[in-house]
Structure formats: structure tokens, C-alpha cells
Design a protein around this ligand. Structure first.
Ligand code: BTN
Length: 270
């Protein structure tokens, strides 16, 4: 008989957020308001509805299970119940902040994972989070920009905490979770609070006009690697020589020419 999965303890999440992680709390300007539902189609839909009702920045739609979780590039996101984190953060950043969002969202995840577990997660360009070379978290950003007004940005984060993705045949050998990497279960409430703490600190940093690039770059596992990049229907191959200030990938082709790639999907080659 299957046990009913345990619901996320939202009282605990709010208590942890109120305490604030000591090393991140002082600088954080945002106050988080967590909107929890056990099952939703996608937390992106919930956050979009909140935004359309005029909800200010800092709302976080969280669910235990998604029946239509979405990934990047039109893919679906497997969203099993009861052990992982599925959440979407509603932000209204300046354009400067928006430009760095694809860097600071995965950075908040790798640093939050480190705060709670001590694990050293890495970022596969641009914003997949990996442990031991396997994906443990994906980030999906939907942004609306209207003239000079603050943009609306919905930052969706799917983080495999305790449900082993290897149980899903198509994810075996591709994805992992914190529990597998650490060898024990992880309190997902603590991970959620730590990621939000890091995100608030990084948002404050970029809104002050500073760059998150050095911290993001330090966690990239893509630098110096031979890669294949799918850009729409095109494929580029080469070696990653650096990332630009805006986060674009700088690739050196076999003929020595270099290109900057703003968006694409990277496969690391042996
Ligand atoms: C990726 O393809 O790597 C991005 C995956 C993003 C998944 C998260 S789970 C929470 C939020 N709701 C969704 O439907 N998608 C994002």
C-alpha cells in the first residue's frame, strides 16, 4: 500500500523565514509571503494569477505536486508528490535586476543547498543545477517587460529533494536528488527557506548595481569544457572559454573563431 506523502509544513517554512539565515538575513529587503496548495496544475499558473490580481513582489506559490509542471523549451517537468520542492517566486525587478535573474536564481539554489546540506552543487550553463554531474534542479523564468516600468518576473524552481528521479525511467542517469547525493533525507522546508534567503540577498545585491556574475561564474561547471549547444534548430560545437557580463556563453569553435550565445541548451562532451 502506498503511504500518503507528507504535506509541506508551511508553518515551519514561515518560522524559518522569520528567523532568517544568519549570513543572508541582514541584507534581504524582500518580505516573502508563501501561498501553499497541496496540488496545482503548475505553480507558474498560480503565480501568474496572483500577479494579475496585483500581488506585489515577494509572493511565492508553492505546491507539493503539479499535475502539469512545465520545463524549459516546452518540456514537461515531472512533479511527483510529497518530497520535492515546486515553487514560483513573483518578482517585480528593475531592468538591471531582470538582466541578472538567470544568474541569481540558480546561484540562490546552489548556495541554499550548500547552507542546509553542505553539498557542493554546480551550475550547468545557463541555469541547471547539478550534483555529481546529474541535474537536481531546473529554473524556468517567465518575464513581462512594459517600457520602463518594473518588469514582472515569475521564477519557477523545481528542486528534487527527496524523491529519487531514477525511479522515473526517462530520468534515470540524467537526474538526481539531494537525498541520493547526501545519503539521507533532507528537510525540504529548510531548503526552501534557505533558497529564498539567498535569493533575497542576491536581489538586493543586483538592485544596488552590483554584479552577481563572479559568484555565478565560480559555480559554473561549463567553463573550459567541450560542449555542443543547441540554439533553436542550429547546433554549435566548441570549447567554452568564458561567460560575458550579461551571462552569455563565449564559445571557441574548432576553427578558432569565437561566438557569444545568449540562450541555448548545452550538452557537455567527454
Ligand atoms: C527546466 O526545464 O529545467 C526548468 C524546470 C522548472 C520546473 C519548475 S517546478 C515549479 C515551476 N512550475 C512549473 O511548472 N515549472 C517550474
Amino acid at each position: 500500500m502506498n503511504e500518503r506523502p507528507t504535506d509541506l509544513d508551511i508553518v515551519r517554512v514561515n518560522a524559518l523565514l522569520a528567523d532568517g539565515a544568519p549570513e543572508t538575513g541582514a541584507d534581504a529587503q524582500l518580505s516573502w509571503r508563501v501561498v501553499y496548495q497541496r496540488e496545482v496544475s503548475s505553480t507558474m499558473d498560480v503565480a501568474r494569477a496572483l500577479a494579475e490580481r496585483g500581488e506585489p513582489a515577494g509572493a511565492v506559490a508553492v505546491a507539493d505536486e503539479q499535475t502539469a509542471g512545465r520545463g524549459r523549451l516546452g518540456r514537461s517537468w515531472v512533479s511527483a508528490a510529497g518530497g520535492n520542492l515546486y515553487f514560483t517566486v513573483l518578482l517585480r525587478p528593475t531592468l538591471a535586476g531582470l538582466r541578472q535573474l538567470a544568474m541569481i536564481a540558480p546561484l540562490a539554489v546552489v548556495e541554499g543547498i550548500g547552507d542546509v546540506t553542505g553539498l557542493h552543487a554546480e551550475i550547468k550553463w545557463p541555469n541547471d543545477v547539478q550534483l555529481d554531474g546529474l541535474k537536481c534542479c531546473g529554473v524556468l523564468i517567465d518575464a513581462d517587460v512594459r517600457g520602463d516600468a518594473p518588469a514582472l518576473a515569475l521564477v519557477g524552481i523545481g528542486l528534487n529533494v527527496n524523491v529519487d528521479p531514477a525511479q522515473t525511467p526517462e530520468l534515470s542517469g540524467i537526474a538526481t536528488c539531494l537525498r541520493v547525493a547526501l545519503g539521507r533525507s533532507v528537510e525540504r522546508e529548510a531548503v526552501l527557506a534557505a533558497v529564498l534567503g539567498r535569493l533575497a540577498e542576491l536581489l538586493a545585491l543586483v538592485e544596488r548595481g552590483e554584479s552577481a556574475r563572479p559568484r555565478w561564474r565560480a559555480r559554473l561547471n561549463t567553463l573550459g569544457r567541450a560542449v555542443r549547444v543547441r540554439i533553436g534548430a542550429e547546433i554549435e560545437t566548441g570549447v567554452v572559454v568564458d561567460v560575458a557580463e550579461d551571462g552569455s556563453l563565449e564559445l571557441e569553435r574548432a576553427d578558432g573563431s569565437r561566438i557569444l550565445i545568449a540562450a541555448g541548451e548545452v550538452t557537455l562532451r567527454a
